[in-house]
Ligand binder design. Structure first.
Ligand code: CA
Length: 248
């Protein structure tokens, strides 16, 4: 887990237009936002890293798995990520069911943007007070060996099968970000924000190009990666193999 200056909000919503609108406005407020379109992807992301997100905005009528089921699944696993349900279901029994499943807040569609932003802020603040995030210094890794590779981020020396490989500064920055966040699912948006210092939907393909390049360098079979894994709709995950060693 690393320190996050910006709170990270997960939006689970199958109406693209609505999701993009909420995302845009949350980003304008300084939050980092990840959007997924269905329940199973949301659960998979959170299970992969409980600490990746600070809260979730959850629709109820979703493909694959209802919002109720998403909420319940997480709570049953002892994951208490704050959840705000955002739904067109406005009957008292719907709201009650949402709270029974473990949601923290419930807002009906159509909603007032200022109210949504206020509720998000409120929920994040409350959660921070209840569970102060432990202060953990970001892991800084200068040298790592994995698979057939040996990398020194300080001297830019990269060797694969004991052969020297030339990598660009940006490729090494990307590699280092993966290494320092090993095991965690990282979205393309996060990579753009953290490695490229950009945000936006358009450039995510360039991230994929860099990933192809990393796989070509480090994977025995780039089509069947063992280290740089793709999680459909979610992003990438870097995993070391069991005999890898990192030195801090
Ligand atoms: Ca829906």
């Amino acid at each position: 887990m690393s320190i996050r200056a910006r709170k990270h909000v997960l939006i689970v919503e199958d109406e693209k237009h609505l999701a993009m609108g909420v995302k845009y406005n949350l980003e304008a407020e300084g939050y980092r936002v990840t959007w997924v379109e269905d329940g199973p992807t949301a659960v998979r992301l959170i299970e992969a890293d409980h600490y990746a997100f600070d809260m979730m905005i959850l629709d109820l009528m979703l493909p694959g798995m209802s919002g109720y089921a998403v909420c319940q699944t997480l709570r049953e696993q002892g994951i208490f990520l704050p959840i705000l349900i955002l739904s067109a279901r406005s009957l008292p029994e719907d709201r009650a069911r949402g709270f029974d499943c473990g949601a923290n807040q419930y807002l009906n569609k159509p909603f007032d943007l200022d109210e949504l932003l206020a509720r998000v802020k409120n929920l994040l603040k409350l959660h921070t007070q209840v569970q102060p995030a432990p202060v953990v210094a970001p892991v800084k890794i200068n040298q790592i060996d994995f698979g057939r590779a040996s990398i020194n981020f300080e001297t830019y020396e990269v060797r694969v099968d004991d052969r020297e490989v030339k990598m660009t500064h940006k490729e090494l920055q990307l590699l280092r970000y993966f290494v320092e966040n090993q095991g965690r699912v990282i979205s393309r948006q996060e990579l753009l924000a953290e490695v490229w210092d950009m945000s936006g939907e358009m450039q995510t393909r360039s991230v994929d190009q860099f990933m192809l390049r990393l796989r070509k360098i480090f994977e025995i079979d780039p089509a069947k990666p063992k280290h740089f894994l793709t999680l459909r709709d979610a992003g990438y995950r870097f995993v070391l193999d069991t005999d890898s060693q990192a030195s801090l």
